[in-house]
Design a protein around this ligand. Structure first.
Ligand code: ADP
Ligand code: MG
Length: 319
């Protein structure tokens, strides 16, 4: 498989006054292969949304490279960026807030077509109808209604239709089911899988919940405090986590597999450190049950430990 997206050394920082900065994303290197679903998991505040926005150049990152299908997005401006943008879409966590409440559903879904210059009204109507049907919305019922008349799950269908209408290659799904009732999460996850197969999409699927990521991802990247801990196939990661943080996330799943070799992987008590002043060396060390003095002085680089497996740890659980 070819790489559709290659992110290198991505840096996102937020100045917060007094010369201080939030180190939200600190040198992340990651590829997304054409046609796969890459899960990106990490607890709240680990920098997942910052990474997602930066790769779409909303706004551009402070450092690093974002190579999308041969285009270096960080170098593109204005018209050139607008020409690539339709191929990269995003779905957000809060479907209701992500839809303009004053617009009718048909207008919301048609808007990307108008922005990207599909001038023919009949063509727009045809494409909006077709994409509504694809996501399971009846065009005749929903056309003139407004977002507040729908449930969260239905609103996420509208948001997915809007993301699909320009026939993108990559959709960044930023916690698309986190705000939904548990009872409808599976429907939306299934819909995303169906759309992926039908339209040949590639997905970057973000979640704070490892269980959600497991059900949809071909490969998984684990993020902690602005850095990647581990990247592996779903199969390898869930069979034997290599990073102590991944193991801790797994141990926190309500019903972990009793056969998992998790050992003593409980997080040390206490809050996660602040991204204003991340720990020296390995950022996870202050909560890591296996930390040694070396972890405070040497940043562990993300390195290959097996084909298709990378880990950023001096003492990985899988050697
Ligand atoms: P996640 O999506 O994993 O929850 P975010 O990317 O939203 O993480 O946030 C990463 C860190 O950056 C957090 O500490 C968050 O508070 C901070 N942050 C996010 N956006 C801003 C902003 N606009 N200004 C200042 N800090 C921000
Ligand atoms: Mg987020």
């Amino acid at each position: 498989m070819n790489d559709l997206l290659r992110i290198s050394d991505l840096v996102v920082e937020y100045p917060v006054g007094g010369g201080r900065r939030v180190h939200a994303v600190s040198g992340v290197t990651l590829t997304v292969r054409d046609g796969e679903t890459l899960g990106l998991v990490g607890e709240s505040g680990s920098g997942k949304s910052s990474l997602a926005r930066a790769l779409l150049q909303l706004p551009p990152p402070q450092g690093g490279s974002v190579l999308f299908d041969g285009n270096e997005l960080t170098q593109l401006r204005g018209k050139a960026l607008r020409a690539v943008r339709p191929r990269l879409q995003m779905i957000f966590q809060d479907p209701i807030a992500s839809l303009n409440p004053r617009r009718k559903v048909a207008e919301i879904i048609a808007e990307p077509l108008i922005v990207s210059g599909v001038a023919d009204a009949a063509e727009r109507t045809r494409r909006v109808r077709s994409v509504m049907e694809a996501v399971g919305l009846d065009p005749d019922l929903v056309w003139n209604r407004r977002p507040h008349e729908f449930s969260g799950g239905q609103c996420q269908r509208i948001a997915i239709a809007r993301a699909l209408v320009l026939e993108p290659s990559l959709i960044v799904c930023d916690e698309p089911v986190s705000a939904l009732d548990v009872s409808i999460r599976a429907q939306i996850l299934n819909l995303l899988e169906d759309m992926k197969a039908r339209f040949g999409l590639t997905l970057l699927f973000i979640a704070h919940d490892l269980a959600v990521v497991k059900s949809v991802s071909d490969r998984v990247a684990v993020m902690y405090l602005g850095k990647l801990c581990e990247v592996a196939s779903s199969e390898d990661l869930f069979a034997s986590p290599a990073h102590p943080y991944t193991a801790a996330l797994m141990a926190a799943i309500p019903e972990p597999d009793p056969d998992l070799p998790l050992g003593d992987t409980k997080l040390k008590p206490g809050d996660p450190p602040s991204p204003l002043d991340p720990p020296s060396g390995c950022r996870f060390r202050t909560r890591c049950p296996l930390a040694e003095p070396r972890c405070a002085t040497e940043v562990p680089p993300l390195r290959a430990i097996a084909p298709g497996r990378e880990v950023a740890c001096h003492f990985p659980l899988v050697a």
